[in-house]
Ligand binder design. Sequence first.
Ligand SMILES: Nc1ncnc2c1ncn2[C@@H]1O[C@H](COP(=O)(O)OP(=O)(O)OP(=O)(O)O)[C@@H](O)[C@H]1O
Ligand SMILES: [Mg+2]
Length: 271
Amino acid sequence: MQLAAKTDSTQPDEFVSVNQIHKDFGTGQSKRNVLSNISFSIKRGSFVSLLGVSGCGKSTLLQIIAGLLKPDGGQVALDRMPVNAPPFRMLYLFQQYTKSIFPWRSVTGNIAFGMESRKKWSRHEIAERCSELIKLVGLDGFGDYYPRQLSGGMQQRVAIARALACEPDVLLMDEPFSAVDAMTRSSLQDLVLKLWSSLGLTIVFVTHDIAEAIYLSDRVIVLHRSPSGVALDMYIDLPYPRNQLVTLDLPDFLKYRHRLYKEIYSEESTK
Ligand SMILES: Nc1ncnc2c1ncn2[C@@H]1O[C@H](COP(=O)(O)OP(=O)(O)OP(=O)(O)O)[C@@H](O)[C@H]1O
Ligand SMILES: [Mg+2]
């Protein structure tokens, strides 16, 4: 088990760099500091989970990384370019992202949407890419179905395929599996791992589920309760490909789980 320094901003490859982020909400007397001096950098191709209790600022931080929310201090950079608006190369999937697919468009129509609005691909290329993506996310045969005809897990697969259609380098996912049952959740976790490794994506994944963070990630960053800073930055040295039966039973998996529980529990007890 490899534990990094508490704030590790010395990664040689700074693909996504989060530099001294500070965020307040409200003004005057009701002003509240939510994020305080958060710094870390993420290597290209890594799978990093941001873990922390409810309300600690995970979604706020992810929205700042995505360029959807302005910080009050500090800066985010993607491949050394400052992020001041959502970059094309980085895609943000909302916490309840089944709501972000269009009910009036078929599966194919939903996946095609981002490509149609970018005007980068011909109709033929869009159709080809849609059918590839439908296969890739396991929805073969459902291209003509509408969201109402699909289960929640299938709708999430549509949302993932739609995000991937625009060929992002970075996927930012905010608790994407919090609303599905345990079996669907496991299969979506494995789908995301498959896509991550086959497409060479960089993923920043927000969760408050410790086991999910360890299972998916090669690095877990724990945030303090608000005002949030980096409480722990831990590399997960478990072999890929991961397997729901094998990985969850590895002695090192349990060690990581204990370490993370301790970190979060010690914060809970100081409430
Ligand atoms: N637009 C806003 N205006 C005012 N306060 C906000 C706003 N957005 C978030 N907050 C506050 O910032 C804090 C962090 O919220 P955030 O949604 O980032 O937490 P979170 O860690 O994602 O929580 P959860 O796990 O429940 O999704 C909370 O106290 C929240 O009330
Ligand atoms: Mg949140």
